[in-house]
Design a protein around this ligand. Structure first.
Ligand SMILES: Nc1nc2c(c(=O)[nH]1)N[C@H]1C(S)=C(S)[C@@H](COP(=O)(O)OP(=O)(O)OC[C@H]3O[C@@H](n4cnc5c(=O)[nH]c(N)nc54)[C@H](O)[C@@H]3O)O[C@H]1N2
Ligand SMILES: Nc1nc2c(c(=O)[nH]1)N[C@H]1C(S)=C(S)[C@@H](COP(=O)(O)OP(=O)(O)OC[C@H]3O[C@@H](n4cnc5c(=O)[nH]c(N)nc54)[C@H](O)[C@@H]3O)O[C@H]1N2
Ligand code: SF4
Ligand SMILES: [Mo]
Length: 886
């Protein structure tokens, strides 16, 4: 595929609004067999109201309030809502200052700007509900997801919940309560109540980061205690000659100033290369050269690249041997860690010295699908002679059997010496930190609440959780929630007998592997409870649904505080209450306290102080980096008057911005310039002097041979790896698809989709209208089974089947199907087929590696669907319909 932006003239600049507009047009552009780059003259900076109260164009007078955009969406943007007589009437985005690459506005995307339609949507849950066929003594679990709902009072609902928990504890012990708090830490308001009540079984996963969850930390490939800080900051990106992007799509998944940063590098002249089965919007925007690679085969590709670098090095001097010697262990027989058999080195594995199989270009090409020429091109591109950024998203690590992939990325980056110097960087980068490494310049404060321990140590990995409910056993690998250090210990089989599933966060039934097994598991237990704002998948398969308020209905908060991810490093959003709580929806601290009261727990033990005090504590402890680039000082000036107005306890303090200004503006953004002290070069101290600044590994260096990683993964017992990065065929991946007589000859990936943030926003009418929800197929694959553009197509895997209308494209390599992530499952009970295209309806429970999910390499087949094409999503009725006056 050609590079679209090569045609950009000097002086023709991409307007940032076009990112959004480009987005809305993509389905059509992909349908036309290409991708799309929006090139248009810049139309000038946004001007706009700065006051708290203003008149808008249509003559309506209202107050602009900074609104939370609290989703796990890859961005953090400034969104404001015009509120008139307590009602939101329109939205706008950042106009607090003029826009420039140095000091970019934090502009919202199409989702954030449609948020009114979400918060106020027709299907917002209005009151507590009970499934009609459920009663404590006769749960009729088989009716979950098929039953009708009835309205109940909060008292009834809370009584049912508390009694259900108490009964499970009495009869089966606390271990029988599976509390699922979502993907991140798993800690929610209900963790406090359940912790004080004797505990619960936890759920853990690596859904987001895949094998980046642990591999970087054991191999030394982390900085500032994080995997996403091994790349330099956005200014330094502009100094690169070449930027190689692997499995990245910031134009969809890191909206706003992050993608703007890559564009500055393009303007500065960088050459872009992408490694991906999908020539996506980002690559097209940046005019990247495309190396198509089959899902889950990046290790094969990179081993081929390593081989090619070794082969060409004697003539072309591609490899930085000094860097390898100084900063790594395990590369060749002369660089082994003490006590390790020299034959166990990486170079001899690549050359095939001992196993007789050189991992050469031909070998790699056969597996990964990239051509020998493309592999050679990559080897040359990664040369030490150039300033290279080798950047990766996590999608390629959300694949089974790739526990070594981050280590191999590190190895190939190290071969070119691409670390620790300006213009050189290697690492993972995505979400709101995409393309902009470095410590947060503004750091969220703490709400000051004491932690509450979970006395139960059971914790079940996402790849086993539904099987565990159904089969009564699982592999215990350590206690604690997902972020716990002990989670990755030696695996031991344990019995488990789950009777209650309690969803208090996340969309886990929807977003974890093996949804079909998950539905069965939900149908087995005595009680399922969900906190929800809409009738989400979790809620749909529950017995009791408790309606909760959104962030718009809370007093306020900060983007780096209670939210899943903090902002990009340069800013913090301070949002305020937009509307009063809707209908009978309640806050979750209230629910946790009410349930606690019913269980005989002292309510003060759950929440010793209220939400306003929590807000104040976070406000007062927010810190900002001083102009010296080193010292952190209080961010906010707070007066006694502010404290009195808030009605909290605390002392006045001096900071850099007044509380009033922060609330008015809604954002604290650190202004940057090329010569400020906020620049960041990852690994600089280490690379300058590895002895004085060793890494946190046994050798103090980057471990290309990493015994600790192999011991950890092998100890967990799900699957096996070696201490050096090797190619391991993926459990449900390409080799299976390509096998003789395979019923599933294709592979399906789940790009994070612009229309949604995971499952969130899927019910928003504006977004449904603007942005279709097809399955993307390679044109030749589709035509070979008689599927034309727009036809309904059945996508089946060994685990389940979904139907969607097809969009044919040449932007997807042959053999690969792209099913956008996050559509709310809608099972046809007669056929068992999902009509919504839910990605995890196709995945299964396959325990693996460090607990990694296999989202992006699932095998599948496509068939023409013998029914009609599906009606557009926007014409579907809402999941929860309310009658007049309800
Ligand atoms: N097949 C496949 N699966 C994937 C992925 C993939 O690529 N492919 N990606 C994975 C990744 S990277 C991630 S991070 C996970 C994300 O997995 P999840 O975190 O489970 O996904 P979300 O859809 O963001 O779920 C957030 C849920 O919280 C609800 N919610 C919003 N506000 C509140 C609140 O205040 N209280 C409560 N109780 N609920 C609230 C929303 O309505 C929504 O249902 O998905 C993973 N799953
Ligand atoms: N709009 C939107 N934005 C989001 C999210 C969302 O749900 N919606 N989710 C947010 C979250 S929590 C996360 S973790 C990030 C995720 O962001 P990423 O980790 O970057 O994931 P994706 O956007 O799914 O995929 C990026 C690219 O990886 C490619 N890819 C998939 N499998 C492979 C593979 O095996 N090898 C290679 N080389 N490429 C592959 C895909 O084709 C796609 O082009 O996005 C964040 N941003
Ligand atoms: S990128 Fe995320 S935070 Fe920004 S407007 Fe979109 S949904 Fe909201
Ligand atoms: Mo994620």
């Amino acid at each position: 595929m050609g590079s679209r932006c090569d045609a950009l003239d000097e002086g023709v600049v991409l307007d940032r609004r076009m990112f959004v507009r480009a987005g809305t047009a993509t389905a059509a552009a992909l349908a036309a067999g290409g991708s799309l780059t929006a090139c248009a003259p810049r139309t000038g900076t946004a001007a706009g109201s700065k006051g708290a109260s203003t008149t808008v164009a249509n003559g309506e007078e209202g107050v602009w309030v900074t609104a939370a955009c609290w989703h796990n969406c890859g961005g953090r943007c400034l969104n404001k809502v015009l509120v008139k007589d307590g009602k939101p009437i329109r939205q706008k985005t950042d106009d607090t200052h003029d826009d420039s690459p140095d000091f970019p506005q934090q502009r919202g995307c199409l989702r954030g700007r449609s948020q009114m339609r979400q918060v106020l949507s027709e299907d917002r849950l209005r009151y507590p509900m009970k499934r009609k066929g459920w009663s404590p003594d006769n749960p009729q679990g088989h009716l979950r997801g098929r039953d009708e709902w009835e309205r109940i009072s909060w008292d009834e609902a809370l009584d049912y919940v508390a009694q259900g928990i108490a009964r499970a504890k009495e009869r089966y012990g606390n271990r029988s309560i599976l509390h699922i708090g979502g993907w991140n830490s798993g800690i929610t308001e209900m963790s406090r109540t359940l912790g004080l009540y004797g505990g619960y079984t936890e759920y853990w996963n690596t859904n987001s980061f895949g094998s980046w969850t642990k591999t970087p930390f054991l191999t030394g490939f982390a900085q500032l205690g994080k995997w996403d800080q091994t790349i330099n900051d956005r200014y330094d990106l502009r100094t690169c000659d070449t930027i190689v992007m692997m499995s990245m799509n910031p134009a969809w998944s890191a909206m706003g100033s992050q993608t703007w940063g890559y564009w500055q590098a393009k303007k500065a002249g960088a050459r872009f290369i992408c490694i991906d089965p999908f020539y996506n919007e980002t690559y097209s925007l940046l005019g990247a050269e495309w190396v198509p690679v089959r899902p889950g085969t990046d290790t094969a590709l990179l081993l081929g690249v390593a081989y090619a670098m070794l082969e060409k090095d004697p003539v072309d001097q591609l490899i930085d041997w000094d860097f390898l010697k100084k900063c790594t262990v395990g590369f060749d027989a002369g660089m082994m860690p003490e006590g390790v058999d020299p034959q166990e080195n990486f170079k001899d594995y690549v050359l095939g010295t001992y196993d007789g199989q050189p991992k050469d270009q031909q070998w790699a090409s056969k597996i990964c699908g990239a051509s020998v020429e493309q592999i050679d091109m990559l080897a040359q591109a990664l040369t030490k002679q150039k300033k290279v950024a080798f950047l990766c998203g996590m999608a390629s690590a959300r694949v089974h059997n790739v526990d070594n992939l981050p280590q191999l990325i590190m190895t190939v980056g190290a071969m070119g010496g691409h670390m620790g110097k300006s213009g050189h960087m290697t690492g993972s980068t995505m979400h709101c930190t995409s393309g902009n490494g470095g410590p947060a310049l503004i750091v969220a404060g703490s709400n000051g609440l004491p932690d509450i321990e979970n006395p139960v140590d059971d914790s079940i990995n996402a790849n086993e959780v539904w099987d565990a409910v159904l089969d009564g056993e699982y592999t215990f690998t350590g206690p604690g929630s997902m972020s716990s250090a002990e989670q990755f210990g030696t695996g031991v089989r344990r019995d488990i007998d789950i009777h209650v599933i309690y969803h208090s966060g996340g969309a886990t039934l929807q977003t974890s592997d093996g949804m079909k097994r998950g539905i069965e598991a939900h149908r087995k237990v005595d009680l399922v409870v969900s906190h929800a704002q809409f009738l989400t998948t979790n809620a749909r398969y529950s017995d009791i649904v408790l309606p909760v308020i959104t962030e718009w209905e809370k007093f306020g908060g900060f983007s780096g505080g209670t939210l899943v991810h903090s902002s990009n490093r340069e800013m913090m959003i301070a949002y305020s209450q937009v509307i009063e709580p809707m209908y009978e929806a309640k806050g979750e601290q209230w629910i946790a306290t009410e349930v606690a009261g019913r269980l005989g727990i002292d309510e003060k033990a759950v929440y010793p102080f209220d939400e306003k005090q929590q807000y104040f504590n976070a406000l007062a402890s927010m810190r900002v980096c001083d102009a010296d680039g080193k010292t952190y000082v209080p961010a906010v000036t707070i007066t006694q008057e502010d404290i009195d107005e808030l009605g909290v306890e605390g002392s006045p303090q001096e900071g850099r911005m007044t509380y009033r200004e922060l609330r008015e503006k809604g954002v604290y953004q650190v202004e940057r310039s090329a010569d400020d002290n906020y620049g960041y070069i990852a690994f600089k101290d280490f690379v300058d002097d590895p002895d004085a600044h060793p890494l946190d590994t046994p050798s103090g260096k980057l471990e290309i041979h990493c015994q600790a990683l192999a011991d950890m993964v092998n100890g967990m017992g799900f699957s096996k790896i070696r201490p050096i990065p090797t190619y391991i065929p993926v459990a449900q991946g390409y080799e299976k698809a390509a096998a003789e007589g395979s019923q599933y000859p294709l592979q399906v990936i789940n790009p994070h989709y612009l229309r949604r943030a995971h499952s969130v926003f899927d019910n928003v009418d504006w977004l449904r209208e603007a942005w279709a929800n097809p399955v993307f197929l390679n044109r030749d694959d589709a035509e070979s089974v008689g599927v034309a553009d727009g036809d309904a197509v059945l996508v089946s895997s060994p685990y389940g089947a979904v139907v969607r209308n097809a969009t044919l494209t040449a932007a997807l390599m042959p053999g690969v199907v792209a099913l956008p992530h996050g559509a709310w499952v809608d099972v046809d009970e007669e056929t068992g087929i999902d009509r919504a295209g839910a990605d995890n309806y196709l995945t299964g429970q396959v325990p693996n590696g460090q607990g990694v999910s296999g989202f992006n390499s699932m095998i599948c087949r496509i068939d023409k669907y013998e029914g009609d094409s599906l009606a557009a999503d926007v014409s579907q009725p809402p999941r929860m319909a309310y009658g007049e006056g309800e």
